[in-house]
Ligand binder design. Structure first.
Ligand SMILES: Nc1ncnc2c1ncn2[C@@H]1O[C@H](COP(=O)(O)OP(=O)(O)O)[C@@H](O)[C@H]1O
Ligand SMILES: O=P(O)(O)OC[C@H]1O[C@](O)(CO)[C@@H](O)[C@@H]1O
Ligand SMILES: [Mg+2]
Length: 459
């Protein structure tokens, strides 16, 4: 781990497109019981069966939340109604606010790790949002002035009138118990449930037309890019545009970033409830990028729309490593990625084709960077300086580690894996994390950055 910190000081990363404010609530038994009392167990059960994919009214939220608590899986559901948005503010007191969105989480992380240059872009940058970025010289927002690309601190670049997007995060903990009618539910794993604000203002995931011509120049300044936020797209917009329009623009961006320098691009995937949109994002974006990261719920979601519904259900229900490996092989091949990274509560996995320049030992080291950073963040709440990483090194690998390795060896013996490099490591799991939201983004940023630095050493 520590050896990478030096490399990081020489590296530059571009980040786009999503940043927001995360308003966090630690869910306790009281919250849950009072929601069930208010909405009625039978109504909630009925709504769970209907499985709303958007939050139009509070009951949609309660149903999806209870469903997520039952499975313990990380989930995110779009919020589309202004009235429901108001309800959240009147119903919950938020424990704290922090920067969110892959761009927000990763920008602050990399800047605090002393990366040489972090260029963070999002189409909107309101004042409150700008204030949440760490105020450091290596974290910059790109603007165009007098026909020239200028990198500015977010505090010098925000636009007073830009709206600020607020997502509600419900942190839940394993062991929380409650009754739904006569059913007793115990939350099996800790995690977060995201109410992702999807008002139209926030759903235009794109590079502004002024900045777009400078993407090749930005590509030249960095070693790699991490793109995310496609989950915010809508099928249709009030001005007649649609998801296809924005995805065409997104494809142009990727090509422009690679135009002058063949940089590696990582996409951090996030939950997309709408199956059509999910399919569109996968088919349009994945084939153009080098690396993709996701959690276990997301790989199950993806396999489901690629036509592997049974495998998808198995991953969701049983958490078996052999199913995850099989699913990862399918994704790597069908979308022809260079590398795929999957993070789950107990283990992290990389899969590449056999001709990847890195050895399995090196790939293992890269995953270790990911879990060490996540453990440090889970323990401290935030990584504020490179030394904080040491805290992560002191968090032991989780107690299921040996079991994980054993199951993985068994899976490999049963499956054709000769054409691949596959590595799995157990996670360093913090028992009482300050929060869990953004830990996946942290893992992926650490894994991708260390992957880049290992590739660089080979050159
Ligand atoms: N208590 C914890 N300590 C360390 N790592 C954790 C802890 N809880 C979760 N993680 C890691 O964080 C990951 C969460 O990723 P993900 O669901 O993508 O979250 P997000 O999208 O909010 O960043 C888990 O898969 C696990 O590897
Ligand atoms: O899908 P959205 O609304 O861009 O939000 C992404 C969410 O994912 C996170 O980045 C965590 O992965 C949160 O901080 C944020 O709320
Ligand atoms: Mg994630």
């Amino acid at each position: 781990m520590m050896e990478f910190l030096k490399d990081f000081q020489k590296m530059g990363i571009y980040l786009a497109y999503n940043v927001n404010v995360d308003a966090i609530v630690y869910l306790n038994e009281k919250h849950i019981e009072s929601l069930i009392k208010e909405f009625g167990a039978e109504n909630i059960k009925k709504r769970i069966d209907e499985y709303p994919r958007e939050i139009n009214e509070p009951l949609d939220f309660v149903a999806r939340l209870i469903h997520a608590l039952k499975t313990g899986k990380p989930q995110a559901v779009p919020l589309v109604s202004y009235e429901a948005d108001k309800w959240f503010n009147s119903r919950f007191k938020y424990d704290f606010e922090r920067i969110g969105g892959q761009v927000g989480v990763i920008a602050n992380l990399l800047a605090n790790l002393d990366f040489n240059k972090v260029i963070a872009y999002s189409p909107l940058l309101g004042r409150k949002q700008a204030e949440m970025f760490v105020n450091r010289d290596n974290l910059l927002y790109p603007v165009v002035e007098n026909g020239k690309l200028v990198l500015k601190k977010p505090l010098e670049a925000y636009r007073e009138d830009d709206p600020v997007k607020i997502n509600r995060i419900f942190e839940f903990r394993a062991g929380t118990k409650f009754k739904l009618g006569d059913e007793t539910i115990e939350v099996p794993y800790s995690g977060r449930f995201i109410v992702a604000c999807r008002f139209e203002d926030f759903a235009r995931i794109e590079t502004s037309p002024e900045l777009k011509p400078y993407l090749p120049e930005i590509g030249e300044m960095v070693d790699g890019a991490i793109l995310s936020g496609y989950q915010g797209l809508r099928r249709y917009y009030s001005d007649g545009k649609d998801a296809n329009y924005y995805l065409r623009k997104a494809k142009e961006d990727i090509k422009l970033l690679k135009k002058k320098k063949d940089i590696k691009i990582h996409v951090e995937f996030a939950s997309i409830q709408d199956r059509e949109l999910r399919k569109k994002v996968i088919y349009n974006i994945f084939p153009l990028v080098d690396s993709v990261g996701m959690d276990e719920a997301e790989i199950a979601h993806i396999l489901s729309v690629l036509g592997y519904r049974e495998l998808s259900d198995r991953i969701f229900t049983y958490n078996r490593i052999e199913d995850a490996v099989l699913g990862a092989k399918i994704l790597l091949d069908e979308l022809n990625l260079e590398i795929l990274q999957v993070h789950t509560i107990y283990y992290l996995m990389y899969i590449t084709h056999n001709d990847n320049p890195l050895t399995e030992e090196e790939l293992t080291k890269s995953l270790e960077v990911g879990t060490t950073l996540a453990a440090a963040r889970a323990f401290l709440g935030d990584i504020k300086r490179p030394e904080d990483v040491k805290v992560g090194l002191n968090i032991p690998f989780n107690e299921k580690g040996e079991y994980v390795k054993l199951r993985f060896e068994e899976a490999k013996a049963k499956m054709r894996t000769r054409e691949y490099k596959i590595v799995i490591i157990p996670t360093r799991l913090v028992r009482n994390p300050v929060s869990t939201v953004g830990l996946g983004d942290t893992i992926s940023a650490g894994a991708f950055a260390s992957y880049l630095s290992l590739l660089k050493r080979k050159e």
